[in-house]
Write a protein that binds this ligand. Structure first.
Ligand code: Z5A
Length: 219
């Protein structure tokens, strides 16, 4: 999968969790926040879609099954609007204060769900350009990809939202796209098997973030 080099903030540290449904992103991002705070770091834990005033309304539209089908470009633009608001009003100010910002989902989710899932080409359909434009091409220092076979992840929930209700083939394409993004830029990704015990995953994540923070202090 093709991506251009972007901007990695030089003040705070920006960490992202990605992966399919039920992969443990919320669990791991909360554990990471707790650990970082115990180490004295200022942390902002956030998520997409929906962690701003406007984003909450966008989230309702994109995830409520009652919305029904949307044109692919409409869906991509709604997620892009959420991202633009999120980065501008929440992520960038927190990074400028020197915080560690942890986001549960980010641009890769658009590339995987609206790209591979919906079948929009990243380049020919301009999908990646739109997502990068919406975020000012701000890139995480590290993306933790929690990799899980879709039937395991979907099995962790009883109800399904509008995207979770898509076919198994859709979710298989999404998983493959996440893995391809990580493989294309190994320096900025940590890929972990999401079936491992919660504590084991948390330990590996901590080690990676500790390394990242040590590097940030040196540079
Ligand atoms: N989407 C998009 O299409 N385009 C975009 O640009 C963006 C998003 C940003 C957002 O859904 C949807 O929007 C998402 C992609 C799409 N759609 N889908 N499908 P969301 O925010 O409502 O939900 P989510 O991001 O998919 O997260 P999630 O489903 O809530 O799961 P999670 O955060 O990865 O997992 P969890 O809540 O931490 O754990 C789930 C359960 O598994 C829970 O009971 C845990 O206790 C358990 N768990 C966690 N870890 C483990 C391990 N290691 N072993 C066993 N059990 C575990």
């Amino acid at each position: 999968m093709h991506t251009e080099p972007g901007v990695h903030s030089s003040t705070g540290v920006f960490v992202c969790f990605e992966g399919g449904e039920g992969a443990g992103k919320s669990t791991q991002s909360s554990l990471l926040r707790q650990w970082l705070e115990s180490q004295g770091y200022a942390v902002v834990l956030t998520f997409e879609p929906g962690d701003t005033t406007v984003g909450r309304r966008v989230r309702e539209i994109v995830l409520d099954p009652a919305t029904g089908a949307l044109a692919d470009r409409t869906e991509a633009l709604l997620y892009a609007a959420d991202k633009a608001e999120h980065v501008e009003t929440l992520v960038l100010p927190a990074l400028a204060r020197g915080a560690v910002v942890i986001t549960d989902r980010y641009v890769d989710s658009t590339l995987a769900y609206q790209g591979a899932g919906r079948g929009m080409d990243l380049v020919d359909d301009g999908l990646e350009r739109v997502a990068r434009w919406a975020t000012g091409d701000l890139r995480p220092h590290l993306t933790v990809l929690l990799d899980l076979e879709p039937h395991h992840g979907l099995g962790r929930f009883e109800t399904r939202d509008r995207i979770e209700g898509e076919s198994l083939e859709f979710h298989l394409r999404v998983r493959a796209a996440f893995l391809a993004l990580a493989a294309a830029d190994p320096d900025h990704y940590l890929v972990l098997d999401a079936r491992l015990p919660v504590d084991e995953i948390a330990t590996v994540v901590r080690e990676a973030i500790a390394g990242l923070l040590a590097q940030a202090v040196r540079t």
